[in-house]
Design a protein around this ligand. Structure first.
Ligand SMILES: Nc1ncnc2c1ncn2[C@@H]1O[C@H](COP(=O)(O)OP(=O)(O)OP(=O)(O)O)[C@@H](O)[C@H]1O
Ligand SMILES: [Mg+2]
Length: 381
């Protein structure tokens, strides 16, 4: 896969020139000619490197650099400042703003190419030492409609604020996440699952990824009912998830309700399985049996987390301690009722945590995500 470079320069000729030079070296090029464009492309295209001009009319390169560094989504992207300013003070200002390297105009194509190469290989090496391949968290509902998709989208959105994450939906024919995120036409997962598992490569999977407005990358299933007639090919699903792990720090997958054949396979491959239940006696009883089934295929307790979602407050609600007793398993956390907010967020096409960051639901989801991450780390180490 070609590495992607974002070039930010207000001078179109300069953009074209550098763009062409780097394209010849085999890189994918994305261009922006002001600060606003730079931010939106840095979040949506997730370049591997940014080359940043300093003197621009609206916002200068130093300021753009500082803001990129302050944003959790873009803070890890290496930046080369590229400018006609040659004074030592200018360089110092560039490094203070967070640049990784500094290159003065005019530059020789060979020098540009070698700096770009050096920076890219350094950041690739860093990624390797911090762990090759992202984590995989699989969400399963004890039954339909308990809030799995909502939780999956929100956990992924929280994670993505800190580290590049991908939200995947393995529910061909029932892909409600596309509706929730106002991306009904992105059906990349359906496309991939229809293929022969041997054909599924990282490149193919990457081509099907679609970024949500928030920058969260997604691989979603369609809501075409006829797709439910074909069972999910577990090998294909497994190949897709493996490819996704190579592209992000965290992959969150919505496996929907119940234990289908492919679900039993995929839970074995996940670092963490999240079982979503309701706080009612019958639902908790079903959850207890589901937990046993998941454990029976070799997924240890440390790899299973139970989350209670209370969609409506009710007097039949089972208290926390009793719920743990019924389950024979401790609970990771609880999400309380937020019916209005849940619907409003869907109408807006955003996960709750982004739609209303100050809500109680957001606090609960943040806390849950933190604990989930800790558990995933404990499994990984
Ligand atoms: N904490 C909550 N409070 C109130 N309503 C919620 C909450 N979480 C989700 N909902 C709402 O509950 C409904 C079902 O949620 P969701 O689609 O996420 O469940 P699901 O388990 O994925 O369902 P399915 O089995 O159909 O895929 C949605 O309308 C959603 O907006
Ligand atoms: Mg769902």
């Amino acid at each position: 896969m070609a590495e992607k470079i974002l070039i930010v320069d207000d001078d179109i000729d300069s953009l074209k020139l550098i763009g062409l030079m780097l394209q010849r070296q085999g890189y994918d090029i994305v261009a922006a000619n002001n600060g606003a464009q730079a931010f939106s492309k840095a979040t949506s295209d997730r370049p591997d490197l940014i080359i940043l001009d300093v003197m621009m009319p609206d916002m200068d390169g130093y300021e753009i650099c500082r803001r990129l560094r302050a944003n959790p989504v873009t803070q890890g992207i290496p930046i080369i400042m590229f400018t006609a300013k040659t004074l030592i003070d200018d360089k110092v200002a560039g490094f203070e703003a967070g640049a990784d390297d500094y290159l003065t105009k005019p530059t020789h194509p060979a020098e540009l190419a070698s700096r770009v190469k050096a920076i890219l290989s350094r950041s690739a090496a860093q990624r390797r030492t911090t762990g090759e391949g992202g984590t995989l968290t699989a969400l399963v509902g004890v039954k339909g409609g308990v809030g799995v998709s909502t939780l999956a989208a929100n956990v992924a959105a929280v994670l993505n604020l800190k580290e590049p994450s991908i939200l995947a939906d393995i529910r061909p024919g029932q892909g409600s996440l596309g509706m929730f995120l106002n991306m009904p036409k992105s059906v990349g997962m359906s496309n991939l699952l229809a293929r022969n598992p041997n054909e599924i490569t990282a490149r193919l999977v990457e081509q099907e990824l679609v970024a949500h407005t928030s920058g969260l990358r997604t691989l979603l299933s369609s809501a075409r009912p006829q797709e439910m007639l074909t069972p999910v090919n577990a090998d294909a699903a497994s190949a897709v998830l493996k490819a996704l792990r190579s592209m992000a720090r965290h992959v969150i997958v919505d496996l929907g309700a119940g234990l289908a054949r492919h679900t039993m396979r995929l839970v074995k491959e996940a670092d963490q399985v999240v079982l979503v239940v309701e706080p009612y006696r019958y639902s908790l009883n079903m959850a207890r049996d589901t937990l046993k089934e998941i454990e029976s295929v070799g997924v240890g307790r440390g790899r299973i987390s139970v989350v209670i979602v209370t969609r409506v407050a009710s007097s039949s609600q089972v208290p926390w301690q009793e719920a743990e007793q019924i389950l024979g398993h401790e609970m990771l956390g609880i999400i309380g009722p937020a019916p209005e907010l849940a619907f409003q967020a869907i109408e807006a096409g955003f996960p709750i945590v982004l739609f209303q960051p100050a809500s109680i639901a957001t606090t609960q989801i943040n806390k849950l995500t933190e604990e989930l991450t800790a558990r995933v780390r404990a499994v990984a180490s």
